[in-house]
Design a protein around this ligand. Structure first.
Ligand SMILES: [Zn+2]
Length: 417
């Protein structure tokens, strides 16, 4: 499933022609972006979004995959393809941007997926008018924001394998960078994620007679504190790792000690051994703390995405192409964010593998996560200091051009590789 190597002169010719074809698509893409933004759909319900993008790509009848997703192939019908992903789903965030094309349905494209979709559409339409040496596969992916992951469903599907993907390209807006800056790191880019649920069982009773009860609220609060001490005392301080508890639930009355208390949270790690350690250490810490309070604490860990690992050769080629296109290129960016794009990445198959260029088992073909391939995720500066997932997140239309240029660089980098 290796794409045939294309000579540098042909790649440069293609870069110039696709760049000008792309420029001609940007006005229409901005219109599509506003339509998508006004009508966001939540994870798993993105049917109208996928249909609108498939129509704009002149492929309204492309069959659905992974629920509401679509695969749209452009260029040669036979042989390998270079896949580019855009996510279909919005978030359950009530929009507060105040623009005339704001969503009013309680959902919002607060993660920039409207921009990603418009950019992929612009590039796909441009690519239809060019003579592509290797097919471009537009992957319209559902359910990036929830579990079960849309990426995992696509990467394990026979339909995706049948397209013979040789590489996967992803681009995501990033509020930490100004417009005109892109980040293309090699190696580990995003953290591996595991979610967890804590249940503390105690003995309920009268709040004025705590000596007769076993208070699960206090035991749970102490457990949450103990989890932060796992990070500060048990993890190598030169390694990034995060435990965040996002929910706490207990009790119904101020004067009643409840019988149980629950919490849930997420673990983020960049190192595979840290990931394994924290998965078990959280259970031990919670059980021990709760025992000291006369309660019983249990933890269920729900594994999610592996670490996202950029292929070093694709990353290097993207850096070069985006620098030539006039972008400021950052190479040292990584975060404890997570993205299910990791499932596409052959380099992520070691699940939380550590370090630039580390490659897990099954670097290509049917591995633990299906058809994982050499992949690269590029981050494009959103040009707004408002963070992703915020109700006022609204990058300017220029972001469409920047994301599309990064997608084009990814396609060309895969041709070169
Ligand atoms: Zn996103």
């Amino acid at each position: 499933m290796t794409a045939p190597g294309v000579c540098p002169a042909a790649i440069e010719d293609l870069r110039l022609s696709l760049t000008s074809l792309l420029a001609a698509e940007l006005t229409a893409a901005a219109g599509l972006r506003r339509d998508l933004h006004r009508n966001p759909e939540l994870s798993g319900a993105e049917r109208a979004t996928a249909a609108a993008v498939a129509s704009a790509l002149a492929c309204p009848d492309a069959p659905e995959i992974a629920g509401t997703g679509r695969l749209i192939r452009i260029g040669p019908r036979e042989g390998p393809c270079i896949a580019i992903r855009a996510e279909l789903d919005a978030l359950p965030v009530p929009e507060q941007t105040g623009v005339s094309w704001a969503s009013a349905n309680g959902a919002m494209h607060a993660c920039g997926h409207d921009v990603h979709l418009a950019a992929l559409t612009a590039l796909g339409r441009a690519a239809r008018r060019a003579d592509l040496p290797v097919a471009l596969l537009a992957v319209l992916q559902p359910r990036e924001e929830t579990v079960p992951s849309g990426a995992l469903d696509i990467v394990t599907s026979p339909e995706f394998a049948a397209q013979q993907p040789a590489a996967m390209i992803g681009v995501h807006l990033q509020h930490l960078f100004p417009a005109g800056t892109v980040a293309v790191p090699a190696g580990v880019v995003n953290a591996a994620t595991d979610d967890f649920e804590i249940t503390v069982s105690g003995r309920g009773g009268h709040a004025g007679y705590p000596q007769l009860a076993a208070d699960p609220v206090l035991a749970l609060c102490q457990s949450v504190v103990a989890l932060q001490q796992l990070i500060s005392r048990r993890i190598d301080p030169t390694h990034a790792a995060v435990i965040s508890v996002g929910t706490l639930q207990a009790g119904h009355a101020p004067n009643v000690i409840p019988t149980t208390a629950t919490a849930s949270g997420t673990i983020r790690t960049l190192d595979g051994q840290d990931r394994q350690f924290l998965r078990s250490a959280i259970g031990e810490a919670v059980a021990g703390v709760c025992l000291a309070h006369g309660c019983e604490g249990t933890v269920t860990v729900v594994p999610a995405e592996p670490a996202l690992v950029n292929d070093p050769r694709l990353a290097a080629a993207c850096q070069e192409l985006l620098g030539r296109a006039g972008y400021v290129v950052e190479t040292g960016f990584s975060s404890c964010g997570a993205d299910d794009f990791a499932y596409y990445c052959a380099g992520s198959q070691g699940a939380g593998s550590q370090g630039a260029g580390s490659q897990g088992a099954g670097s290509q073909g049917a591995g633990r996560h299906g058809t994982a391939v050499p992949s690269v995720m590029v981050f494009a500066g959103s040009g707004t200091p408002v963070s992703l997932h915020h109700p006022e997140f609204l990058p300017a239309d220029r972001a469409i051009s920047d994301v599309a240029s990064a997608m084009l660089a990814g396609y060309l980098a895969a041709l070169a590789a």
